[in-house]
Structure formats: structure tokens, C-alpha cells
Design a protein around this ligand. Structure first.
Ligand code: GAP
Length: 440
């Protein structure tokens, strides 16, 4: 399988190299030559990604009274995608080079491009290419049914609308949220994990009275922009951009994108869309099941609620966190991932200065105690300078070193990743001190 084309943005290339070197991300099935636009998370990457998902769950579901969670299946009845409009509308215009057979999204090429940007030969006629992956359900070819891998998690929520309202006591407005894998057979991929074929989404469908749509669209657009700032992403690199009428998805009447200024320009991180009652109405029509809400507070009025959707990419959030954190500290000859402590894969690393005189024993005891409270890392290999540099690249905000003095007075040095300041603190006070720093 072809490898991704070389990145043309220096920061993206550096992130790919650092990811591989430190274990954030690897290309999928690399030993077989890799598979294009599919990525595996390594030991550091998976911690970063889990932190993003946990914080989202906490902020969108656990901390709110009117939003509940779900975890629906990737495989769904094929009629779902007819009803949602994906079978008819989820296409990108594709052109193929007649000679080298490379494929491009027509809308990504400059207008009136007729020649292949790679080999210069003639491009064929544009075709509509459906982005959904197909697979087969059933054990024998004769009775196998063609189905799709879901291209968004949202439809799992809509088809369960009635199950959720009849098993809970939610009142309008309320939200149903879930996160999980989605799959799209993207024509053009690249820019690392920005656009991949297998990715994760964090989606929340907020059901409202239809006349309240403008208010809730603005509310959620602002909430979601602020959420990215709360992860430690620089506010000046983020913006909210309203969609023009020609950009709207087939289900949407108004939409904002939360965008981040990547090295390749401002690009979408999350969409906040007014989907109206489109999805519930479509599923009612196709399933012939009523998907309505009985508003007991308004004399049992029956209505099909409208929906404001918040749809974020987990992997894109990881990419933004990495791109935003990357810092070449030339004065100190080091690369630092300046993650906010709340998203950092490890919160603290513990080192014995030397591997003798009881230092490893004391450091190991501190590490084991800390590890019960927060993700911690223990390292004895190489010079202390090298160990600090490795943790700088991993984005670990604090390092603790046990030295000769530690053995005498039970104090250790606590090093701050960004300022490089080192203070001496008593080993007993470490957990309280670090929890305060990590929780902000
Ligand atoms: N349910 C609405 C929906 O799926 P979307 O704008 O197509 O809307 C929402 O996708 C988010 O999912 C995007 O903002 C992006 O963060 C993420 N996403 C979409 N396609 C992606 C891909 N191929 N690779 C990585 N992330 C993707």
C-alpha cells in the first residue's frame, strides 16, 4: 500500500518525526509498507487521546444535568444511511489522472485544472465518489447483505431517540452524546492525522424547541470554542467561522466551524450545526416509527424537536494539541511539548540522580506512591540531562529528582518543564503540590 506523500509543512514533518520517535503515533501496518491515511496511537499518543476523550465526557456529559451519553454500534441497518441522506449525498467530486491513475478531489484543485499535478497528463471527467466504506453482513455470499461502516456517530443517536426519551426523564432542551470511530474513504488525505480514513468523533445532538434554534446555535458555538481554549490551546490560534450558504452540508441550515490555524491555514476542528428536524423526520418517514417528544410542560404538546449538533474530531483535537504545544527552545537546545498539565500524557517523571547509594530505592518508592494518584513515569537510563530532554519531548510538565541531599533530609528537586525552574520540596508534600499544579 502506498505511503502518505511527504509532508510539505516543516512543523507537520517535525510532528510526524517526534510522534514516531517518542511513541505518539505510527502509520498503521508499517511493517507491511503501511496503509495510507490510517494511524496507530502509541503509548504516549493513547494517553493524550484518552485525556481528550475523558475531559470531553466530563465537560459535556458528567458535569451537566441535561445531557446523557450513549455508545452505539458502528454497523447499522443500511436504511439508516438512505434516510440520513448519506447514500445520495455523501459524495466528493473526484477526478482521476488518465495515465498515473492518481485521484484528486476536484474541489481541492485550482479552478480549471485539466492536467495531473503529479505527472502532467490529462485528467478524466469528474465523478461523484461516495465516501462510505461498504462491507458485508452474513456468513455466505448468497445471503450477505451490503452494509456500511458508519461515516458519523450522529445517526446512532437519532435512531435511538425514542429509546432514550422513554427510558429517561429528560425535558427539552436536552442532549444525547457519544464518541466513537467513524470511517470515510477520503479521496485526498494527508497532513498527518488531520484527514484520515478511520478516525474518532465526539458528537452531541442537542434537542430543542424549533423556535429556539438561533439561541442554541450561538450558545453551543461559544461553549465549544471555549472548550478548546480550556485544553490550553492558544485562543489567538482559534476562531469561529460561520458557513456560507454554498458550504452547508445537506442536512444543515446554519453552521459554525471552530477552526485552528494549522501550518496549512485555518481549518476545521469541529462543526456546530443547526440540523433542524431533518434527521428525526427522515427516520420517521423511513422507519414508519414515531420519533416525537411529548412536552408535558406544554399541555402534552407533541413535537419533533430541532437539533443543534456539536461534532468534533478526537484525532484533530490531538493534532491541534500537538501542533500548538510544539516549541523549539533554542536557548536551551531542546524540543518541548508544552501541553497543559491536564492533557499531558504523564503528569510527572521521577529519576534517581545516580543508580546507587539508595537513590533508586527512594525514587522508586516516590514513583509508586505518585502513580496511584496520577500518570507517572520512572526513568533511570542515561544522564539526567538526557532524561529531562526525553520528558520535555513527551510533554511531561514536572520532573522529580532524588539526589544525595534527598537521602539526608527527605527533600527532592521539582523541575518545571517550561521555566526550567527547580525548587526543593519535601517528598511528603509532593502529591498535594502536584495535584494542585496539575488540576490548575
Ligand atoms: N455529524 C456531523 C459530521 O460528521 P463533519 O464536519 O463531517 O460533521 C465532524 O465531521 C468532525 O469530525 C470534523 O470537524 C473533524 O474534526 C472530524 N472529521 C471529519 N472527517 C474526518 C477525517 N477524515 N479525519 C479526521 N477527522 C475527521
Amino acid at each position: 500500500m502506498a505511503k502518505s506523500k511527504p509532508m510539505s509543512y516543516p512543523l507537520m514533518e517535525k510532528l510526524v518525526a517526534l510522534s514516531r520517535r517518542r511513541g505518539f503515533l505510527f502509520q498503521s501496518s508499517e511493517i507491511y509498507g503501511a496503509i495510507n491515511a490510517v494511524w496507530d496511537y502509541g503509548p504516549l499518543g493513547v494517553e493524550l487521546k484518552r485525556n481528550v476523550k475523558n475531559i470531553w465526557w466530563q465537560d459535556m456529559i458528567s458535569s451537566r444535568d441535561n445531557i446523557v451519553g450513549m455508545d452505539t454500534a458502528i454497523l447499522m441497518h443500511p436504511e439508516t444511511w438512505v434516510a440520513s441522506g448519506h447514500v445520495q449525498n455523501f459524495h466528493d467530486p473526484m477526478v482521476e489522472c488518465r495515465k498515473c491513475k492518481r485521484r484528486y478531489r476536484q474541489d481541492h484543485l485550482p479552478e480549471n485544472t485539466v492536467r495531473c499535478p503529479e505527472c502532467g497528463d490529462e485528467l478524466g471527467e469528474p465523478k461523484q465518489f461516495n465516501l462510505m466504506f461498504k462491507t458485508f453482513l452474513g456468513s455466505t455470499q448468497e445471503n450477505a447483505q451490503e452494509i456500511y461502516l458508519r461515516p458519523e456517530t450522529a445517526q446512532g443517536i437519532f435512531v435511538n431517540f425514542d429509546n432514550v426519551i422513554s427510558s429517561t426523564r429528560l425535558k427539552l432542551p436536552f442532549g444525547i452524546a457519544q464518541m466513537g470511530k467513524s470511517f470515510r474513504n477520503e479521496i485526498t488525505t494527508g497532513n498527518f492525522i488531520f484527514r484520515s480514513r478511520e478516525f474518532e468523533q465526539m458528537e452531541m445532538e442537542f434537542f430543542i424547541r424549533p423556535e429556539e434554534n438561533a439561541h442554541w446555535l450561538e450558545y453551543w458555538a461559544q461553549e465549544r470554542l471555549n472548550w478548546f481554549v480550556s485544553l490550553g490551546i492558544r485562543a489567538e490560534k482559534l476562531r469561529l467561522r460561520p458557513h456560507g450558504p454554498d458550504e452547508l452540508a445537506h442536512y444543515s441550515t446554519a453552521c459554525y466551524d471552530v477552526e485552528y490555524e494549522f501550518p496549512f491555514g485555518f481549518s476545521e476542528l469541529e462543526g456546530i450545526a443547526d440540523r433542524g428536524a431533518y434527521d428525526l423526520e427522515q427516520h420517521q418517514q423511513h422507519s414508519r416509527k414515531k420519533l416525537q417528544f411529548v412536552d408535558q410542560e406544554r399541555g402534552n404538546e407533541k413535537l419533533t424537536p430541532a437539533v443543534i449538533e456539536s461534532s468534533a474530531g478526537v484525532d484533530r483535537t490531538v493534532l491541534v494539541l500537538m501542533a500548538d504545544a510544539y516549541w523549539e527552545d533554542e536557548a536551551n537546545n531542546r524540543v518541548v511539548m508544552r501541553f497543559s498539565p491536564k492533557v499531558a500524557p504523564y503528569k510527572v517523571a521521577v529519576f534517581p540522580l545516580f543508580n546507587k547509594d539508595g537513590m533508586p530505592e527512594m525514587a522508586d518508592a516516590i514513583y509508586k506512591k505518585l502513580k496511584k494518584t496520577m500518570p507517572a513515569f520512572y526513568d533511570t537510563a542515561g544522564s539526567i540531562g538526557k532524561r529531562y530532554r526525553r520528558q520535555d519531548e513527551a510533554g511531561t510538565p514536572f520532573c522529580i529528582t532524588v539526589d544525595h541531599q534527598s537521602l539526608e533530609d527527605q527533600t527532592v528537586t521539582l523541575r518545571d518543564r517550561d521555566s526550567l525552574e527547580q525548587i526543593r520540596v519535601s517528598a511528603d508534600s509532593l502529591i498535594g503540590l502536584l495535584l494542585e499544579k496539575v488540576m490548575g
